[in-house]
Ligand binder design. Sequence first.
Ligand code: F6P
Length: 486
Amino acid sequence: MKLVVVSNRVARGNANEPMTGGLAAALLPVVEKSGAIWVGSSGRVRDGAQKEPFAEIEALGAGALAMLDLPAAHYGGYYEGFANSALWPALHSRADLIRASQDDYLSYREVNAFMARALLRFQKPDAAFWIQDYHFLALGAELRDLGVTVPVGFFLHTPWPVRAVMEGVPHHRELIEAMLAYDLIGFQTQDDCENFLEYLSSCLGLESEDGVVISRYGKSRIAVFPIGIDAEKFALHAAKAVSHPDVSRLRRSLNGEKLAIGVDRLDYSKGLINRINAFDRMWTLQPALARTASLLQIATPSRGAIEAYGNLQNELAKLVSDVNGRHGEVDWTPIRYLNKGFSQTVLAGLYRTAQVGVVTPLHDGMNLVAKEYVAAQNPADPGVLVLSKFAGAADELDTALLVNPHDIDGMARTIATALSMPLSERRLRWEAMMDKLRNHTIQQWFADFVEALQATQAYGPAAVPAMMEPPTLWPLRSVNSGVRYH
Ligand code: F6P
């Protein structure tokens, strides 16, 4: 089978936004080894109806990395608009932040259709397409409309919310019907999967049997595939990275003081405000912890053109400065706050240096930082992971100190507990987590999904239920520069 993996962001990143780890970095070695073709955005846009949509195609292992310049007229409406101002907040249960104009939706559909046309280049009788994430919910349907019959799978890296939240997304019904063109739909957790099936049942009248749903497109299998990391490789990386100059400088600057670390994209789903409030509370409740434990918070700027992200950046900067002003000393800064990205190598070394990893999102699909923090620890003296129970990773990493990120006092107490946990308990908790990471690698995740995608070919023709109407066609019209509600 010739696999074609599709994602918005690919491993090469965008010249204007340095890549800090994240999904694309984690996927790179796996896709490279698989010999697949990886298709995604080049991070640049192009005007006009270019004949050749691919800006660059380069070798990637035995496969290739193919990058497209997306259409300039639709990029903003697609990426900052519908994908990240309507779908992203909804998927993270922030219905209050959903903003979408009709033009944004049309742009989203146009980019999905554009990607589908570009992918035809890779269609072969033995091909299979694996589409990643919420940027391309309708891509499978677009491929089917173009006559593609090979297996097409989809994996969602974010959570899937309860039905009522998803109903807040304009055109949700049409989009989710379109998702059923995928032969296989993968989620990070059982909860996400159940929420999706509940939507299908309540809103579309479609019931599943053993995780299989029948629609006008045929059969779709809905299943859980929790993503992992290459824990052994990350551990080796971390052990070497302690001598990296940035990591050595950090260690020297600590003067024996304990360190907690948080590494996140600057995103409202990551619970950064609550986290800083929890540290504030901890230093207030336990003044003895001042000077003995500080926080290094790396918050990489993200999606800066969207109002909600700009607001968060301002609010967070002010909060950090207030907390530092309140608890700081002439020779001690409670929170080191950095708005920039770091390489995977440096991050691995920073994780190993910190006695506590704080990963406290309000909602997160999986959260690979949680897994990387665990993998980076020194087995002889491991740190403690404080993890939100609302991160997908909490299902597996259940010997972390699990917290409710809305309970500031509870988080403050738990972080203090983590900072003083005895070695014997730290080792027990860490070993249990490390075992799980070793057994659920990203390589295994990739192989399991591909195997399940191949198996969908054995389903045979589907009986189409009579009650399902063909999807409503969205009005095709040109997109003007229109109002966008960011
Ligand atoms: O969590 C979903 C996701 O798409 C990840 O795959 C990725 O690391 C992250 O969001 C980054 O988003 P963006 O490409 O907008 O920076």
